[in-house]
Write a protein that binds this ligand. Structure first.
Ligand SMILES: NC(=O)c1ccc[n+]([C@@H]2O[C@H](COP(=O)([O-])OP(=O)(O)OC[C@H]3O[C@@H](n4cnc5c(N)ncnc54)[C@H](OP(=O)(O)O)[C@@H]3O)[C@@H](O)[C@H]2O)c1
Length: 286
């Protein structure tokens, strides 16, 4: 496994396993499969509702905790200093661990500065080894990187060949914030798994389009956390360290960028309202 070094010196695997949209029923089996084939980084979140299953899989695997890089994310309804602190302690309980390797603020909405101060304190108490943000577009990333007491070490954003985050990455590099791709395949949207250019490049190296995409991210220095519930695909997605794309092929993939989200924009006010509504509905249920 290749690692990146975060701004505080922590080593983070460049490739891990993400469990968004992995159901509670399947999650323990999936994480056990991922660990058994060699993944040593797991990305979950409070809002995925599967932290307990991730925790029990890690316990059952018998792999020493310190060999696994474990990430979770704080959800908006837990924003604000006190609520964030309490929610991270609850995440630790569900994950059956006494520390996190990385904890991210999941969205750039609501009282994220209050939440950030809670993460800063938990970091200094040693409960979190690295702290970061997610879905912070360049304006919000520069804001928090400039005004927070402790600068975020990671920013996890949608990144794949159709939305390459060129400008966002330039700013993250400038502020020493590690870029981490969510949806490294764009969840296959826009036909990415059957993209003719990626198929052509893959054929040259004897690799699948999924492997070409992951290798492209890694050569750009982007951390990836592909999700699959299929063990054979987990193996395929891990098998990307035995070849290197030429500069010419890297440049060809660069031409696929549309500089547009395949999902939605976090700076679209209608989407912000959608998040607000979701938080209100969840509050009613709890
Ligand atoms: N911070 C955020 O807001 C945020 C948002 C989204 C995601 N994430 C994180 O990023 C992780 C990855 O993103 P994602 O799950 O949205 O999308 P993704 O990893 O780009 O794509 C996952 C999809 O690709 C399929 N797939 C995986 N490997 C494949 C292969 N080798 N060949 C063909 N199909 C393959 C999977 O199907 P099968 O499962 O059926 O194999 C699944 O449908 C998430 O799990 C989560 O941890 C974070």
């Amino acid at each position: 496994m290749k690692f990146v070094t975060l701004s505080n010196g922590i080593q983070m695997p460049i490739l891990g396993y993400g469990v968004y949209q992995v159901t509670k029923e399947e999650c323990e089996r999936c994480v056990l499969d991922a660990l058994s084939v060699g993944y040593r980084a797991i990305d979950t979140a409070q809002s995925y509702f599967n932290e307990a299953e991730v925790g029990s899989a890690i316990k059952k695997s018998g792999i020493p905790r310190e060999e696994i890089f474990l990430t979770t994310k704080v959800w908006i309804e837990h924003y604000g200093y006190e609520k964030t602190k309490a929610s991270v302690l609850e995440s630790l309980r569900k994950l059956q661990t006494d520390y996190l390797d990385l904890c991210l603020l999941h969205q750039p909405f609501s009282d994220y500065y209050g939440s950030w101060r809670a993460l800063e304190d938990l970091y200094e108490e040693g409960k979190i080894k690295a702290i970061g943000i997610s879905n912070f577009y360049p304006d919000r990333m520069v804001d928090i990187a400039s005004f927070a007491r402790i600068r975020p070490m990671v920013n996890q954003v949608e990144t794949h060949p159709l939305n390459q985050q060129i400008l966002a990455k330039q700013y993250m590099d400038k502020y020493h914030v590690q870029i981490e791709a969510w949806a490294p395949f764009g969840e296959g949207r826009g036909g990415l798994f059957n993209n003719p250019l990626l198929l052509e490049i893959g054929a040259k190296y004897g690799k699948t389009t999924a492997q070409v995409m992951l290798r492209w991210h890694i050569q750009r220095g982007v951390v990836v956390i592909p999700k699959s519930t299929h063990k054979e695909r987990m193996i395929e997605n891990l098998n990307v360290f035995d070849f290197a794309l030429s500069d010419e092929d890297m440049n060809k993939i660069a031409t696929l960028d549309t500089n547009t989200s395949s999902f939605f924009s976090h700076s679209d006010p209608a989407m912000v309202e959608w998040f607000v509504k979701m938080v209100e509905e969840r509050k009613k249920l709890s």
